[in-house]
Design a protein around this ligand. Structure first.
Ligand code: NAD
Ligand code: MG
Length: 393
């Protein structure tokens, strides 16, 4: 992309937390960015409100059940754009020739096919939807290389690591460790003996970040850090041995790279996703994001601790899955989505999330997963196993 060329953007998951932060940054730079398509699942009225401001050429709801509602609101608002529904439409706006950049900000496995569609059409792909990479790993990275796509990590830790790595990427000889930081979430100091009583409201109240419900629960169990561990292995082409998880409750350092000479490079900033979003939107340049500067006179007591696997068994499970390969990580991701949804519906306890994930991974292990079809089958099979385990709880 030439810097003087306007970037046409498809924003998958526009109504979510990452979607709204992306539109906030985009609106600051009308000379650089134009919205080609906005998509959502069910919040079609909100989608239309966003469309009135950003004037996209296409609106998509992934849900056929919300299609007529979306058409109605779009018409009432007098929008001059095409309205679509379903997975084919999501893939079409991700691969359209007029699009340069796709922000992949759908939550969960639902983002896999549209994100893949952006990759295989060689787009600049800004990846927030970590689940799609966790569930397809090598296949995803091979597709990026084969189709000459540009993959930029939006997840704050991976964005930090990307910024701290040498330009040519991870280099075994030069680097001792990637240090993946995580806040430890709301239960870092919570009494473990009361974990069975944790409610969805408590789990969704993150001390530093405001995020969608699913990733908030993942942050509470630290499954999020586990998924990020797997994400980092694929993104930076390293094995789990090259990554250490470091608890950093203040979320000021967003991750680090430790070099062979003893240097440690860290990326720091406010816990505000507009920073990594702006970085990926403008890379290799830098643009204003609206995020306040860090005030070093106010930064007291930055702490760094070792993770406690007894407190966060989901993190340990994910790290184990990372070394077991694709079937394990696809199953883990699927089971986690089922378990988190059940926890949010108050059907299982907080501590059951780990049980469902562990047992699903154990049962699912023989699956062969090499193609996209294999991955989709493994995901579906793992969801079935997880749902059966749920019933038995
Ligand atoms: P969110 O729940 O706020 O938003 C999710 C978006 O996905 C919404 O626009 C929703 O309409 C859409 N969506 C939901 N189900 C869908 C389906 N079945 N098909 C198509 N679209 C669907 O989530 P979020 O917090 O914005 O997170 C989005 C992604 O970014 C997740 O993968 C998350 O892990 C990742 N991420 C988020 C943050 C954060 O700070 N929020 C940070 C790092 C990574
Ligand atoms: Mg993150």
């Amino acid at each position: 992309i030439k810097t003087n060329q306007i970037q046409n953007i498809t924003l998958l998951g526009a109504t979510g937390s990452i979607g709204l932060s992306t539109l906030d940054v985009v609106a600051r730079h009308p000379e650089r960015f134009r919205i080609f398509a906005l998509t959502c699942h069910s919040k079609v009225e909100e989608l239309v409100k966003l469309a009135v401001i950003h004037q996209p050429r296409h609106l998509v709801t992934s849900s056929e059940a919300h299609y007529s509602e979306l058409q109605k609101y779009a018409e009432q608002a007098g929008l001059n754009c095409e309205v679509h529904c379903g997975i084919e439409a999501l893939c079409a706006v991700s691969s359209a020739p007029d699009v340069n950049t796709v922000m992949a900000a759908i939550v969960g496995a639902a983002g896999l096919l549209p994100t893949f569609s952006a990759v295989t059409s060689g787009k600049k792909v800004l990846l927030a939807n970590k689940e799609s990479l966790v569930m397809s790993g090598k296949l995803f990275m091979d597709a990026v290389a084969e189709h000459n796509a540009t993959l930029l990590p939006v997840d704050s830790e991976h964005n930090a690591i990307f910024q701290c790595l040498p330009e040519q990427g991870y280099c075994e000889r030069q680097i001792r460790k990637i240090l993946l930081t995580g806040s430890g979430g709301p239960f870092l100091k919570h009494d473990i003996s009361t974990f069975t009583d944790i409610t969805p409201e408590q789990a969704c109240k993150h001390p530093n970040w405001s995020m969608g419900q699913k990733i908030s629960v993942d942050s509470a169990t630290m499954m999020n850090k586990g998924l990020e561990f797997i994400e980092a292995c694929h993104l930076f082409h390293v094995s789990g041995d090259n990554i250490d998880v470091v608890i950093h409750p203040q979320s000021i350092v967003h991750s680090m790279v430790q070099y062979s000479d003893g240097s440690v490079l860290a990326q720091m900033g406010q816990p505000d996703m507009r920073t990594p979003i702006a970085h990926t939107l403008s890379w290799p340049e830098r643009i204003e994001s609206g995020v306040a500067s860090l005030d070093f006179s106010q930064l007291v007591d930055l702490q760094f601790l070792k993770p406690d696997f007894e407190r966060f068994p989901c993190l340990q499970l994910a790290i184990e899955c990372a070394s077991q390969g694709q079937a394990a990580t696809t199953a883990l991701n699927a089971a986690n989505e089922i378990a988190v949804a059940a926890f949010l519906d108050r059907k299982i306890r907080y501590t059951d999330i780990f049980k469902v994930c562990q047992q699903t991974v154990e049962q699912g292990l023989g699956d062969k997963v090499e193609s996209l079809d294999d991955i989709i089958a493994c995901d579906a099979n793992s969801r079935k196993i997880a749902a059966e385990i749920l019933e038995s709880i």
